[in-house]
Write a protein that binds this ligand. Sequence first.
Ligand code: PAF
Length: 321
Amino acid sequence: MQIIPRLALGALLAAALTAPALAQTEITVQHPLPLQSHYGAGATALKEALERATGGRYRVTIQRNDNEREMIESVQIGTLDCTITSTGPVGNFVPAVRVVDVPFLFRDYAHARGVLDSEIGQQLLGQFTPRGLTGVVWLENGFRHLTNSRHAVNSPDDIRGLKVRTMENPVHMRAFRALGALPTPMAFSELVPALQQGTVDGQENPIPVIVANNLNQVQRFLTLTGHVYSPALLICNPAMLQRLAAADRTAFQAAAVAAQRANRDRVTADENTGVEELRRRGMTVTTEVDRGRFQTALAAAFAQYERELDGALLRRIRDWR
Ligand code: PAF
């Protein structure tokens, strides 16, 4: 065994203590849901993939902020690096995105994922650049369903007069108005108090959100309307991405793809078990929904979307196989 003389050992220790620490760049990602949710799964996959690929030179900090509009504003002005958000308020920043918020546009998950992964999704991501944002990758929130505390909703007639919290999204609000509801837009952060105080009777969100946020504690009736697919996105500050060395930017993009995979896998898993879980927690679930009747009731709103949004793109998405 080699014995290191006491003096040499002291010098080694001193050198280790004074050596510059490995420079580490921190990237903060905020999203509006609990860590064990489908957004949390995406954020965690991004963190693990990027930190592994860069040998720890980057550290991703994940934080919760349940005000999506506020997060997007922060990314735009550069006080936040990235956000995972639904498209709820995104159309107010990047109007072209509103096209994917149209109710009953996507038939199922395969249709939605296929379109968003195609050149249509890529072109929509390109629309973020002139707005001072980078749309990095499409993620997923899921098909939205209606919950309320008043009565079981079996048909569009049962929605008349219901005060429904919607996202700050004019496309969704128009649909609820067409159904005779009273849409009340607010940030997700305000939802639970509004339901508790009776400011609104109901809300609409995908199964993974209803499960992860225990909305069964404030809502009794769930109807599987699946009235709109709710896409999500990883949006980052362009200047932050620009500062990354080219190889690190490639690693970041690969980590974003890992996030997409983990997020979608989690939505699929939650969809498989979530409805049963909500029944177990005491919700009354209406599964037999005549979606054709809802679409008929939305005829006036559909005509308006054709006029106000990109009608040709809407038809292309609808016909996508
Ligand atoms: O209802 C919303 O605002 C969104 O679906 C949520 C829950 C913040 C997830 O993006």
